[in-house]
Design a protein around this ligand. Structure first.
Ligand code: PHB
Length: 354
C-alpha cells in the first residue's frame, strides 16, 4: 500500500486503510487459499519521487502482488510505470484525475473522477437560478479536471463563467484568492479542493471575509465536506451545497453495515469518508478477483478478472448504495458510468452531528 500517512494529507492513508481493514474484518484475511497481508508505505504527501521509489521497493524487495492506495494524483501517476513494468495490478482507492487510468494497462480504480461528480453540480446550479460563477480549484490534475468539467456543463446549461483562480496544492493561503473572488462579485463560487485540512482553512476565510453576506453562494464537490473533518469545519458548512458519490449520512442498510464494520475494525475516533469507502470497495474487488483467478496472483490474470467482470465490479462500489453512484474503471475507459451523483445540503439537526 502506497499512500499518504503523514503530513497534511495523513488522513488519506488512514481512511483508505481503515476501509480495507473493515472489509478484512468482515470477510477474514484469507481468500482463495491466499492470506492477505498489507505492507504500508508512507509517501508523506504529494511526493511523486518518493511514491515511485516506495512502489519499486515493494515490488523488488517485499515481492508484493498488487500495489494499492494512492490518495493524491501525482503519486498515482508516478507509480503507473512501475505497475506496467512489473505487471502488477495497481488498485487506486482515491486519486481522481480522469487520465490516470490511461497511464498503465494494470490500473483499476474504485473511487471516482472529478468530471463525474462535478457536472451534476453545474447542472444543478444552472437549474436553480445561479447564472454567474467564479471557479476556485487546486492547481493540479483533479482541480483542472473539475474546472473544465464545471465550465463546460455550466455553459451548456446557459450559465456564464466570470473568472477562475488556481490555488497551490501545498500550504495554500486562501485569503488573497477569496478577496479576489469577492471583488469580482459573482453569484457563486464553484470550489474544488482536495479533501481534508484545506477545506477547514477555506471555509474559515469564506466566513471571515463575509462572502455569504455579500450574497456570494458557495457550491462545491463533496471533497470539501469530507465526512472525516466536517465536524471540525463546524457551522460555516451548514447550508453548503455539494455533489458527491458518498456520504456517511446516506441512509441505507448497506451504508449502515459499512459504518458498523468500519467502527468495529477501527474504533469510532474517525468518521469514515469516501476514501474509507473506496478502501473497502478496493478490498472487495481484490477478493472477488482472487476468487476468479482461483488464487493466482499473476498480474495479467488478475487484470482480466477485474476487467472482464466490470459489471460485477460495479457492484463493489454499490456496497453502501442501493443505486450505484460510482463504478470501477480500468484502463479501457477513463469515465465512470454515472448512475446517480446526489446533490446534498449540509444540515445540523439540533443536538446532532453535521
Ligand atoms: C487527487 O489528488 O486525485 C484527489 C485528492 C483529494 C480529493 C480528490 C482527488 O479529495
Amino acid at each position: 500500500m502506497v499512500a499518504e500517512f503523514s503530513g497534511p494529507f495523513a488522513q488519506y492513508g488512514q481512511q483508505m486503510l481503515g476501509g480495507m481493514k473493515a472489509y478484512m474484518k468482515q470477510h477474514g484475511d484469507t481468500v482463495a487459499g491466499k492470506k492477505i497481508e498489507i505492507v504500508q508505505k508512507d509517501t508523506t504527501g504529494p511526493s511523486p519521487d518518493v511514491a515511485k521509489r516506495l512502489a519499486q521497493e515493494l515490488v523488488t524487495r517485499d515481492n508484493v502482488d498488487m500495489l494499492v492506495g494512492f490518495g493524491l494524483t501525482p503519486n498515482a501517476l508516478a507509480v503507473a510505470p512501475v505497475a506496467s513494468e512489473a505487471k502488477k495490478p495497481m488498485v487506486i482507492m482515491n486519486a481522481a484525475t480522469s487520465i490516470i487510468t490511461t497511464r498503465s494497462p494494470y490500473i483499476v480504480r474504485v473511487s471516482m473522477t472529478l468530471p463525474q461528480i462535478t457536472q451534476p453540480m453545474a447542472r444543478w446550479a444552472a437549474k436553480n437560478g445561479i447564472k454567474k460563477v467564479y471557479t476556485v480549484v487546486a492547481d493540479y490534475g483533479p482541480g483542472l479536471d473539475a474546472e473544465k468539467a464545471f465550465g463546460e456543463a455550466f455553459k451548456a446549461a446557459g450559465g456564464e463563467m466570470v473568472g477562475s483562480v488556481h490555488t497551490p496544492l501545498q500550504n495554500p493561503d486562501f485569503g488573497p484568492f477569496i478577496q479576489r473572488v469577492k471583488d469580482a462579485k459573482p453569484e457563486a463560487i464553484f470550489l474544488f479542493l482536495p479533501a481534508g485540512e484545506q477545506g477547514i482553512a477555506f471555509m474559515k476565510g469564506y466566513k471571515e471575509r463575509g462572502l455569504a453576506e455579500a450574497g456570494i453562494k458557495l457550491i462545491a464537490t463533496g471533497d470539501i465536506t469530507d465526512d472525516g473533518v466536517l465536524e471540525a469545519m463546524g457551522d460555516p458548512t451548514i447550508g453548503l451545497i455539494t455533489s458527491f458519490h458518498y456520504s456517511a449520512d446516506h441512509k441505507s442498510p448497506e451504508n449502515d453495515a459499512f459504518k458498523k464494520a468500519y467502527a468495529d475494525a477501527n474504533g469510532t475516533g474517525l468518521r469514515p469518508n469516501f476514501m474509507a469507502a473506496a478502501g473497502y470497495d478496493g478490498m472487495a474487488a481484490i477478493y472477488e478477483a482472487l476468487k476468479k483467478t482461483g488464487g493466482s496472483t499473476d498480474g495479467d490474470k488478475l487484470m482480466a478478472a477485474f476487467t472482464r467482470h466490470a459489471t460485477s465490479c460495479r457492484r463493489y462500489t454499490s456496497a453502501r448504495w442501493k443505486k450505484p453512484a460510482a463504478a470501477c474503471t480500468t484502463s479501457s475507459s477513463t469515465s465512470f458510468r454515472i448512475r446517480k451523483t446526489p446533490v446534498r445540503l449540509e444540515r445540523c439537526p439540533s443536538g446532532g452531528e453535521i
